[in-house]
Design a protein around this ligand. Sequence first.
Ligand code: 13P
Ligand code: SF4
Length: 339
Amino acid sequence: MAEIVDFKEKVAQLGEVGFLDIHIDPTLDLFAEIDRLKKEKNAVLLAHYYQEADIQDIADYIGDSLQLAQKAASTTADIILFAGVHFMAETAKILNPTKKVILPDLKAGCSLADSCPPQEFAAFKKKFPGYAVVSYINCSAEIKALSDYICTSSNAEFIINAIPADRGIIFAPDKNLGAYLSKKLNREMVLWDGSCMVHEIFSLEKIVRLQEKHPKAKMIAHPECEAAILDIADYIGSTTNLLKYTISDEAQEYIVATETGILHKMQEASPHKTFIPAPPNNSCACNDCPHMKLNTLEKIYLCLKYELPELLMDEELRLQAKLPIDRMLEISAAAGLKG
Ligand code: 13P
Ligand code: SF4
């Protein structure tokens, strides 16, 4: 089992710093302090595009899941501070056993990763002997250890195409991405029934009504969305590919069916264009990932200052989980993919 050292528990155990120290002086310039601590400790701050704007602005590297895994694999920093969710920090640790990997909030999980419990998946896998197991990187280390290949939304097509056509494929845990790939690549796959709470929430009816109001807007969607949403999209792609598309495409308006964090970079790259978040099927801000958004500048500062919470991992599990990630990185490098 991957082991987590909890921030408060560890701080209390150490007895070096009282809890009062955890209240941050409101006059502190957090941007300057984080920058100073990064230099002092030779730490690198990796952030996913779904992080809030301030975190994206202070990060050393911002990227989608593939780019961040590649960066985690190649960094020379002593400390990797991962502003994303738990499975991303876990991937960084799998690739860097000797580096310290810290994450701002232990509770930053992932509904998609949670939808695939290892014991149930192991039993499912047994029903299809000889099949290649391709798992989306949004899964636990235990699921990675049960997989032959890991993929992200940027490289999934290359990974599937690298598997001989006569070999059966189990795809986990995202049934929407799996169904999209199966249709696009004309490849039968057995799908695990998991999904992302953010990408499943979009309302087809509301998007269609929005399209009527904005007839020139292009609809762009992440492949974790349901088929009905993907069917009406003008472009489907990973977070980075959606961003690239809005830069190279000529339209002036976009309806964006993915997590809202990416709108920060889209707007920065194309200030004259309009980006409209696709509406969810209720009135909450459900296309904000509640896990990603647990991270704050304050937590990043504390995490860097105390180097906690730290992610630790059992070595046997790490080695088993590393194999399919290494295969993914090799196939991605051969395809010239940089996320
Ligand atoms: P990508 O970063 O591969 O676009 O995946 C999106 C996502 O849901 C990350 O949690
Ligand atoms: Fe998981 Fe979905 Fe949040 Fe990504 S956006 S971390 S897949 S819950």
